[in-house]
Write a protein that binds this ligand. Structure first.
Ligand code: UDP
Length: 317
């Protein structure tokens, strides 16, 4: 049985990866310090012999007994509100944590896939974003702690590949959504769904003309799986190129949830909020044969089913 170590295993993406690799017949070793992850995302795996969990902070020395075939390094706070609240932990896990995981990969002779992000492109000056673009990042802005940590992650991963000959894969993840996103993580989708379910105003930042392109989590996981098993070591964008303004996105959530008490309300735009974002995915299509398969209508329906079960509606008196 092949053995895979997944960091950030109790998080949104990490927990879906655990499920996928269990399904593929791997022995999965999940690791998380539970700073932003939650055991409720993986508690269904605890009875399985195929799964083990280590409550550990990977910025400290990482010890994993036994052999490893693969490492998926997904540990990090990942929403702007989280990394604004925890800038130092964000930098430490992206830098020291990544260094430790590369060290484990080298010691175990394991292939490692590291999670990078569209944030390495910053507030992009070219559109859609191709992998060759170097980005437009403010190192001292509110997003700097995350963006620069992920840029360091790419650089040190490249150094371990060229100097130590570690087998590495780098994915640049664009906005992704689905069940198990944390209700209060501050990102636009959990915010809009919980506000619409509670009958509150949906907080559109700025005039809502900024764009994002949202990928359903199962599609992202498929892209990660294919990239891990491919022989391509340069960064690959994975995301759904179906771009939408945040205002239109709010209108779609309003329509789906159908709560007459909700409407769009407008708040200040946070500093350095990227104006446009859409992945160029020709590499993923050509190298991995990957394409997104779940459209937003279907993905939002599935995600709504999840949020209905976890959003608490205050009782009216
Ligand atoms: N946003 C919003 N209302 C919210 C939360 C976010 O209008 O309650 C906007 C935010 O300003 C950004 C977009 O939605 O333009 C996506 O934000 P998110 O935090 O989900 O992720 P980002 O793509 O900015 O990392």
């Amino acid at each position: 049985m092949k053995r895979v170590l997944i960091t950030g295993a109790a998080g949104f993406l990490g927990s879906h990866l655990c499920d996928r690799f269990i399904k593929e017949g791997y022995h999965v070793i999940g690791m998380d310090n539970l700073l932003t992850g939650s055991l409720s995302n993986i508690e269904h795996l605890f009875p399985l012999e195929q799964f083990e969990f280590h409550h550990h902070d990977i910025t400290k020395y990482v010890h994993v007994p036994g052999e490893l075939d693969y490492i998926l390094h997904f540990a990090s706070p990942a929403s702007p509100i989280d990394y604004l609240k925890m800038p130092i932990q964000t930098m430490k896990v992206g830098a020291l944590g990544t260094h430790n995981m590369l060290g484990v990969a080298k010691a175990k002779n394991a292939r490692i896939l590291v999670a990078s992000t569209s944030e390495v492109y910053g507030d992009p000056l070219i559109h859609p974003q191709v992998e060759e673009y170097w980005g437009n990042v403010n190192p001292i802005g509110p997003r700097g702690c995350y963006d620069e940590a992920k840029r360091f992650l790419e650089a040190i991963t490249t150094a371990y590949r060229t100097y130590h000959k570690v087998e590495t894969r780098i994915i640049r993840i664009f906005n992704t959504y689905g069940p198990r996103m944390r209700v209060n993580d501050g990102r636009v989708l959990p915010a809009f769904f919980s506000q619409a379910i509670r009958g509150e105003g949906l907080t559109v930042f700025g005039d809502g003309s900024q764009t994002r392109a949202f990928c359903y989590v199962d599609d992202l996981v498929e892209g990660i799986y294919r990239l891990l098993l491919s022989d391509y070591h340069l960064p690959v964008n994975i995301g759904n190129p179906d771009e939408i303004t945040i205002k239109e996105f709010g209108e779609e959530v309003l329509k789906l949830v159908g709560n007459p008490k909700s409407k769009l309300i407008y708040k200040d735009l946070p500093k350095d909020d990227p104006k446009k974002r859409r992945p160029h995915i020709a590499k993923a299509q050509e190298i991995l044969g990957w394409n997104p398969t779940v459209d937003r209508e279907e993905g939002l329906k599935r995600t709504y089913e999840y949020f209905k079960t976890v959003v608490k509606v205050p009782e009216t008196v």
